[in-house]
Design a protein around this ligand. Structure first.
Ligand SMILES: *Cc1c(COP(=O)(O)O)cnc(C)c1O
Length: 417
């Protein structure tokens, strides 16, 4: 007898900032038969995935492909591949994932300068631009949507200044890609890292990235050093060039594998690629603008419902990240008891937060396939019920009604236009 039971995971309503629910069509795609990695049928899927990623990243970059590994593998691949030991990297931090950029940049050999703003807010772009003038970095690395605090940093002005000063601008858009506009080219971003398990709604395990010629030039010069094609001493402009410190994350090698040369690097994650291909197909079929509008509408319904319940939002509402809503846990309430009851009694998962915010806020995600009317109404009704059960006084029934009004209003607008 086998002591291990057959796998049978519960069907959850996942309202966290990832991983989120996945469209059954994506799950089905992931169960299809394996193709060899150089099979023309498979390489065609690779090429189509690159094409679709260009649309999602809103870029004309040649290079848009997934790195195999979770989202941070994409961050690590970009940073370790472009950072020369001693390069100066400026990281403005407004939450937990800014610290991740610092750590990866330091491990890649950078001299990191960081600046912080209070959690729950973002930077005035002018403050970052001043810091750029002061520190004259080689690279600026910045998070777009901070899932830890539910805040979104405006990027356009910072990108423009970086381009003007010939500084490389790298953005972690893991939380925003596919749910909120990420305008790679218009915002002058040189490299963007996305995630699969958030607004793209594919399981965790790949990191779609894109980068432009400016990044590629740096990759190429380092590769020539590695292959002994150029003598480092002959390069007066960059005498310190050294090979990339990683094999797995060496972007120039990964790029050669995704290029028509198909130089073998790793074995592409077949089933994950099927899932990403199907997820991107579904995303583009919905259309970027309609998808962004759906994220906005469900966020609005959720926020109105939370406020109608008498709860308050955490953080600056002007810079709120549309796909994550942070809620102050009412005084005297144990946040974890509420989360456990939501999971056990209603099958709903919401998130807590990290570091200084642990025990202070709940975070509700409205991302990708999870971002729908049924889920929003379900989480509002359930949260209200659990809070009342735990002895919290609130205007019963108001939350779901407020959300229903938002939906009713939006369908009236649709009819009228
Ligand atoms: C989720 C997230 C990550 C990390 O993603 P993993 O897939 O867990 O590696 C990085 N940055 C941001 C902004 C995120 O929201």
């Amino acid at each position: 007898m086998n002591k291990y039971k057959e796998l049978n995971p519960s069907l959850r309503t996942i309202m966290t900032p990832g991983p989120v629910e996945v469209d059954p069509r994506v799950l089905r795609a992931m169960s299809f038969p394996i193709l060899g990695q150089f099979d023309p049928e498979f390489t065609m899927l690779m090429n189509e995935t690159m094409e679709m990623l260009r649309d999602v990243f809103q870029t004309s970059n040649e290079w848009s492909f997934p790195v195999d590994g979770t989202s941070r593998s994409g961050i690590e691949a970009v940073l370790v591949s472009i950072i020369q030991p001693g390069d100066k990297v400026l990281v403005p931090i407004f939450g937990r994932f800014g610290h991740l950029l610092v750590e990866i940049a330091q491990r890649s050999g950078a001299e990191v300068v960081f600046m912080e703003t209070e959690w729950g807010s973002v930077f005035d772009p002018q403050i970052v631009i001043e810091a750029i003038h002061t520190h004259k970095p080689d690279i600026v690395a910045l998070v777009h949507g901070e899932t830890s605090t539910g805040q979104m940093q405006p990027l356009a002005e910072i990108g423009k200044m970086c381009r003007q000063l010939d500084i490389l601008f790298v953005v972690d858009a893991v939380a925003t890609i596919g749910g909120v506009p990420v305008k790679t080219d218009a915002w002058h971003i040189d490299a963007v890292i996305g995630g699969t398990q958030k607004c793209i709604s594919v399981p965790s395990g790949m990191a779609p990235i894109t980068y432009n010629q400016r990044i590629e030039t740096k990759l190429r010069s380092r590769k020539q050093i590695e292959r002994g094609l150029r003598d480092p001493a002959s390069l007066d402009h960059e005498p310190s060039l050294v090979p990339v410190r990683s094999n797995y994350f060496d972007l120039s090698q990964i790029q050669d594998y995704w290029s028509s040369a198909r130089l073998n690097h790793h074995t592409e994650a077949t089933s994950m690629l099927y899932g990403l291909h199907e997820g991107l197909r579904i995303l583009l079929q919905e259309g970027l603008e309609d998808r962004f509008a759906r994220h906005e509408l469900n966020e609005k319904a959720l926020v109105q419902g939370i406020k109608a319940m008498g709860l308050s939002l955490y953080g600056d509402e002007d810079s709120k990240l549309p796909c994550v809503t942070c809620i102050n846990i009412p005084a005297g309430m144990d946040g974890e008891t509420v989360r456990n009851k939501l999971l056990q009694d209603f099958g709903i998962e919401i998130a807590s937060s990290f570091g200084p915010l642990k025990g202070k806020i709940w975070r509700i995600g409205t991302m990708g396939y999870s971002c729908n009317r049924k889920n929003v109404l379900h989480v509002l009704g359930a949260l209200e019920a659990v809070l009342i059960h735990e002895g919290h006084k609130l205007p019963a029934g108001e939350a779901v009604q407020a959300a229903l009004s938002v939906y009713a209003e939006s369908s009236k607008e649709e009819v009228s236009c």
